[in-house]
Design a protein around this ligand. Sequence first.
Ligand code: NAP
Length: 291
Amino acid sequence: MTILDGKKTSNDLKDEIAIEVAKRKSEGKKIPHLAAILVGTDGASMTYVNSKVKSCEKVGFNSTLIDLPEDTTEEQLLNEIEDLNKDKDIDGFIVQLPLPKQIDAQKVLMAVDPNKDVDGFHPVNVGKMTLDLPTFLPATPYGIMELLERYKVETSGKNVVVIGRSHIVGRPMSILLSQKRPVGNATVTITHSRTKNLEKITKEADIIVAALGKAEFLTGDMVKEGVTIIDVGITRVKDDSKRRGYRLAGDVDFESVSKKAAFITPVPGGVGPMTIAMLLKNTLLACENRD
Ligand code: NAP
């Protein structure tokens, strides 16, 4: 069994990006600048945004954090987005999800300039991805593709089962893996909460991408020997033995599934760090596009 080490791979990626940034600097080119908007004080969102900003520092990017209160109106947020769209120094920006309920997330994502949409959520970029045109791929699926590539996991002709059909993980994952590309050419089944006999489907899978957000949902008896497991889930599970009062759990029961798997991502240290590295990669690309 091989661990698909997202922490190590993301550090390799960050080193590669840092080299590119240093090169740009020595050539007198613009330093990539990522901005992040955070609305409210959701604990997990604050953690994600802070680690994105910290990663920017690590690779030599400039970064800006726009911290807005929980009661921010939709109009106020749209104004902030407009300012970032116009700001010549900002190459890319993200709006951390989820947003407070008074704000329509779809409206917000539509307002982001597609050329600065380094999360790859704008319909223009989703459309380009679907048509296999160059664009910003959504960071989590992009990170999974990168992990599969770097660990040389064969996807061509394989049966892939994606659990979850969200716009940010499951759906794009299913599109990318079915495309005619080096990491791709798979036969993909996308499953969701209405899927019947999920266990029968997962047992046939060569590769499973679990992205449903239910702690330790996928167990050893649901998979076959030699399967590749990509665990996207991150759920905070109450744990009084931890100082912070919770532990992070994936969607996969690592204990039982790892006994049968050929490759598996851990949680934490798998898909999570890759997501941040790919966001940086997209920001570098946005900056290069503007050269
Ligand atoms: P989401 O929007 O809540 O979508 C969950 C999907 O799972 C839905 O399509 C849902 O089906 C499906 N589902 C729920 N219960 C199911 C069941 N019993 N069987 C089969 N499918 C089921 O979640 P998300 O945003 O994609 O995130 C999924 C997980 O990944 C979360 O734990 C999240 O925190 C984590 N995540 C991690 C990263 C990372 O960087 N590692 C990035 C993003 C998300 P319906 O469509 O029918 O409701």
